[in-house]
Design a binder for this molecule. Structure first.
Ligand code: OGA
Ligand code: MN
Length: 321
């Protein structure tokens, strides 16, 4: 028999509903919306190693669409268990090799299913220990991932908090004229990893951060361009969100570049207002599952000599509309 892929192995090995001690009782689960936070609900009593019922998965999907991030506490998983749990919610994000993303491997051109996000040299140090500016994962690809999960394994004593921004609230808070003006606009987000390859920008290890913020007409186009709506509609809830990262190179389609760059700068300042954000202080065993379609996330820097290891899985998404 040929060997199974990691994902097939995970599902092959996953607990089944007919093993009573490995089956999660839905009544043990509590989903508690965060009070006084811009987004998020905390999930208690769920053991992600266990087989889950339809009732539970449906509740979690509804809670994610409503609260935009779910925080699972006290998990203890290996990579296969993590994959088996995550794929209840969709298939793994696998970009084509012509679209480089974080952790794309030099042989295959695609990232592993479970991406280590760490600062340990050679063990997944794709993002180092610096700040990560607010972004949605894989926004520059033709089919950006609908959601991602980070699972905390080692946490530094200082810094390294992750912040999520509720971009539905950010959109709702815009004035009527701005909403009407931007509702039909298309935005290209250029791939920061292509820029890094082409400009040999080794200082920009993480792929986010040191690119220009807007492409003016006299600047070369470095990557493929996939226009997506600047105002995105959530495919399940129908709610609208401002879908704009804060620091990578973007361009409004068929729009004057000077005026466009000013509009984008204004929207970026708006989306970063503290009232739209929730900062998560990690505890070992946390899994945060977020919706990339209607949130942004960022990370505070932390000391280089303190270890931090999280594991990320991203799920496939659809063409934004
Ligand atoms: C990511 C990411 C944030 C963090 O892995 O996509 O943005 O806190 N990570 O490490
Ligand atoms: Mn990210």
């Amino acid at each position: 028999m040929t060997s199974l892929s990691q994902l097939s192995q995970a599902i092959h090995d996953a607990p089944r509903w007919h093993q009573p001690d490995q089956f999660q009782n839905p009544e043990e689960i509590q989903i508690v919306p965060q009070q006084d936070a811009a987004l998020g609900a905390v999930v208690y009593g769920l053991d992600a190693r266990k087989a889950q019922s339809g009732e539970t998965i449906l509740k979690l999907k509804q809670a994610l669409a409503e609260h935009l991030i779910l925080i699972f506490k006290n998990q203890s998983l290996d990579d296969l268990q993590y994959l088996a749990f995550t794929t209840y919610f969709g298939s793994i994000f696998r970009p084509s090799p012509d679209t480089p993303v974080l952790a794309a491997q030099s042989d295959t051109g695609v990232p592993p299913d479970v991406v280590p996000v760490s600062n340990a040299v050679g063990q997944g140090d794709y993002t180092g220990h610096g700040e990560l500016t607010p972004h949605a994962d894989h926004q520059w690809t033709p089919l950006p991932s609908f959601g991602s999960l980070l699972y905390a394994i080692e946490i530094p004593k200082d810094g390294g908090q992750t912040t999520w921004i509720n971009t539905i609230k950010a959109y709702d808070a815009l004035d009527k004229e701005t909403k009407a003006h931007i509702d039909q606009l298309q935005l290209i987000t250029y791939n920061p990893f292509v820029r890094r390859q082409k400009t040999k920008d080794t200082a920009n290890d993480q792929g986010y951060g040191s690119s220009p913020f807007y492409r003016f007409k006299d600047q070369p186009i470095l990557s493929h361009a996939y226009p997506h709506p600047l105002v995105r509609t959530h495919p399940e809830s129908g709610r609208k969100a401002l879908w704009l990262n804060t620091h990578t190179e973007v361009e409004l389609v068929n729009y004057d570049d000077q005026v466009g760059s000013e509009l984008i700068a204004k929207l970026r300042a708006h989306v970063q207002k503290p009232e739209f954000a929730y900062e998560h202080n990690w505890e070992v065993g946390d899994i945060v599952f977020w919706d990339n379609q209607v949130t942004l996330h960022s990370r505070r820097p932390f000391p280089a000599d303190q270890r931090r290891l999280l594991k990320r899985i991203s799920l496939a998404g659809s063409r934004p509309f």
